[in-house]
Design a protein around this ligand. Structure first.
Ligand code: GLY
Ligand code: MN
Length: 456
């Protein structure tokens, strides 16, 4: 945890923005995988972590602005719990570490909410993303009384969490350093003939050995054209490329998120290098454009144009790259976003709604490809985001668009047939927007084909 002043100040800023009402924060509970006591890794809700810092199951908290009260609700461990999992600080001690003096048993939350509702107080709560949240909100009669999750609370939280402080950046940078080491380890470990899972095992060990967990399930795949391929069973053959997307999460919950594409043998083939270099050019163009004030959608457009220009050079696309991007033809090869905010969540605050986090309330474009852009708003100092353009050859998408003759003026379908088994590649790094431009977070990981081959 940070010092208690951090949490006191964050709550103060939140209260100041909202001005009135009762803010209800539901922490997360343990969750059984196949029976109650065999649980998934416990992960506290990120907004709960942000305002209270307490990574324990079974807590809730209220900030009652009108009554000037901050209360943590929870239960002391019984001797049975202590025998099972050791002792923990008392509820009072936990609350004190977050700068809160008042605690009450969990069972008192219902009465507290009922009394507040009877007084006519507005109950602000966040969008539930776990069944247990929904059940609790139902039991507390909150769902029936309200028109839904509180947009003012969401917006106030986004306004705080989008701007990372110095102490948060130190934590994120620690996650990024471990993440870079995970990728470097993978680059040194991979041998043709290995299964993908052997590489995931080696890189995940780096996270564990650094007291980190994973910020999301690792992707280690020779089938990189599937954007979130979680199968790790394939044998990596000579001539394959292995796409890795993996990140560490620190004990405090801050994330790193990087991607790499590695040649299975000691060298990339000429064809792989050609496509890799187009992807790298898009990556570099995007990074060079990062600065306060630039709308991230413009950075996305730039990356897309760079990809189209490069693919035109290979004879896979034709026509004017800017027109191809405006029409949406680039999405054949790049059907996803360029990056996302990162912090206590790898896709920061995705549960609060990317329309608030990445679009500042402005509507999203619905065009295939562009609609997957999680971030579009003008960048500001303190934002932490990922840059992750990729080039993918998705046989099903090729067949689908080809049958519809979609964008025949921009896509050379005949030439594309030669690439249908190319798979896909992506690189990803994490960046902080500074007052004047940008700074990469974490140590540099190999990015060029030469740098990767040097480790192979
Ligand atoms: N690295 C996982 C993602 O950005 O979706
Ligand atoms: Mn990412």
């Amino acid at each position: 945890m940070f010092a208690k002043e951090t949490y006191i100040n964050r709550r103060y800023a939140l209260k100041k923005t909202l001005g009135t009402g009762l803010l209800l924060f539901l922490g997360n509970d343990e969750c059984g995988m196949n029976y109650e006591d065999n649980t998934y890794r416990f992960r506290q809700d990120s907004s709960f972590l942000y305002f209270f810092g307490l990574s324990y199951a079974g807590l809730a908290a209220v900030i009652n602005i009108d009554e000037d009260e901050e209360i943590v609700f929870g239960d002391e461990l019984t001797i049975d719990h202590i025998v099972w999992m050791g002792s923990q600080p008392t509820l009072k001690e936990k609350a004190t570490s977050a700068g809160i003096t008042e605690t009450r048993p969990s069972t008192h939350l219902q009465t507290y909410i009922e009394q507040a509702t009877a007084k006519g107080q507005a109950i602000h709560y966040l969008p539930p993303y776990r069944a247990e949240h929904l059940l609790k909100l139902e039991r507390l009669s909150v769902l029936r009384q309200s028109t839904g999750p509180s947009i003012p609370l969401i917006r106030a939280i986004v306004r705080l969490r989008n701007y990372k402080t110095k102490e948060e950046i130190t934590e994120i940078e620690r996650a990024c350093n471990v993440t870079a080491d995970m990728h470097i380890t993978a680059m040194k470990t991979l041998q043709p003939g290995m299964r993908e899972c052997e590489v995931s095992a080696a890189l995940e060990a780096v996270a564990q050995a650094n007291l980190c967990s994973l910020s999301f399930p690792t992707i280690t795949t020779t089938r990189g054209q599937t954007l979130h391929n979680h199968c790790h069973k394939n044998i990596v053959k000579p001539g394959d490329m292995l796409l890795i997307d993996a990140g560490a999460e620190t004990e405090m919950g801050y994330a790193g998120d990087m991607s790499s594409t590695i040649c299975a043998g000691s060298r990339f083939s000429t064809r792989q290098k050609e496509v890799y270099d187009i992807q790298l050019a898009a990556h570099r163009a995007a990074v060079a454009a990062l600065k306060p004030g630039i709308p991230f959608e413009e950075v996305y457009d730039l990356a897309c144009r760079t990809i189209c220009e490069g693919l035109k050079g290979l004879g896979l696309m034709k026509g004017d790259p800017a027109e191809a991007v405006a029409a949406g033809a680039h999405a054949m090869f790049f059907p996803c976003g360029l990056g996302h905010m990162m912090g206590l969540d790898v896709h920061d605050m995705e549960n609060l709604g990317e329309i608030w986090v990445g679009y500042d309330g402005h509507p999203k474009n619905t065009q295939f490809g562009r609609k997957s852009l999680r971030l579009a708003r003008p960048l500001e100092p303190g934002f932490v985001l990922t840059i992750e353009p990729g080039i993918y050859f998705i046989p099903e998408l090729i067949d689908y668009w080809k049958a519809e003759k979609r964008f025949v003026e921009f896509i050379n379908y005949e030439r594309l047939e030669d690439y249908r088994d190319f798979t896909g590649l992506r690189n990803e790094e994490d960046y902080l927007i500074t007052e004047t431009g940008t700074r990469r977070l974490g140590k540099k990981k190999p990015m060029t084909t030469d740098e990767i081959e040097a480790l192979r």
